[in-house]
Design a binder for this molecule. Structure first.
Ligand code: URA
Length: 221
């Protein structure tokens, strides 16, 4: 974990990273409202808005993605774009009701660069992730899920540290200080990047199988 708390990292171009100012409260709504004003890292400058997590306050299952994409940035809601559509389909197939899951991201602002008229996703840096981490920690503390699902390597590394490899650990029931049970799997957007229909179908099935592991683990004692 990066030691950002209490430190301010500044670059000569004026970009500043500090630690997200989470209010001391047990109200998730108040934390979400404070996150709307967050300027702890430079990403807020180009993003439309903060995309905070969504779902029931005491959800059994909490899912962590990487960061909002283009659609989420506009809608202000996590996983509503193409990756979200795949996630919805896979959740249904695995027998998970999305309305009962708290869905969030490791980073709450969309990081992008322009390419022509398009906004192209950029991977968040470890500084961006560390600056945003207090929001995620607050969500985990307040929701107190029985099980966390890490969607992709950014989420996995945010929970387990930089040496975590989703390819090695996917589909296993792990444990962390954030939740008694954690299951990691690939990010649904990786399914969109498969080179052909056959591999897309194969990887989609593996994704659903990982989610089924999560359901079983969440139901077990
Ligand atoms: N990808 C993510 O990691 N999160 C979203 O909310 C959307 C796409």
């Amino acid at each position: 974990m990066m030691k950002l708390h209490g430190e301010i990292i500044a670059q000569s171009n004026g970009d500043v990273w500090t630690s997200a100012p989470v209010p001391e409260t047990n109200s998730l709504a108040k934390v979400a409202a404070a996150a709307k004003e967050c300027t702890a890292c430079p990403l807020y400058k180009k993003a439309t808005q903060t995309v905070f997590g969504e779902g029931p306050k005491h959800a059994t299952m909490l899912m962590i993605g990487e960061q909002p994409g283009d659609y989420e940035d506009v809608a202000g809601k996590p996983f509503v774009g193409p990756a979200g559509k795949i996630l919805d389909r896979a959740l249904e197939e695995a027998g998970i009701n999305r309305d009962e899951v708290y869905v969030t991201n490791a980073v709450k602002h969309f990081k992008w660069e322009p390419r022509g008229k398009r906004r192209i996703h950029q991977k968040p840096s470890s500084r961006d992730i560390a600056a945003c981490r207090p929001w995620l920690e607050a969500e985990l503390r307040l929701v107190e899920p029985k099980l966390v699902v890490c969607l992709g390597s950014t989420a996995g590394q945010t929970v387990f540290g930089p040496s975590f490899r989703v390819t090695k650990e996917r589909g296993k029931v792990l444990s962390s200080r954030f939740a008694p049970k954690v299951v990691a799997t690939v990010h649904p957007s990786s399914l969109l990047r498969q080179p052909d229909e056959e591999s897309r179908e194969r990887e989609y099935k593996r994704f659903v199988a990982d989610l089924r592991v999560a359901v079983k683990a969440a139901e077990a004692k």
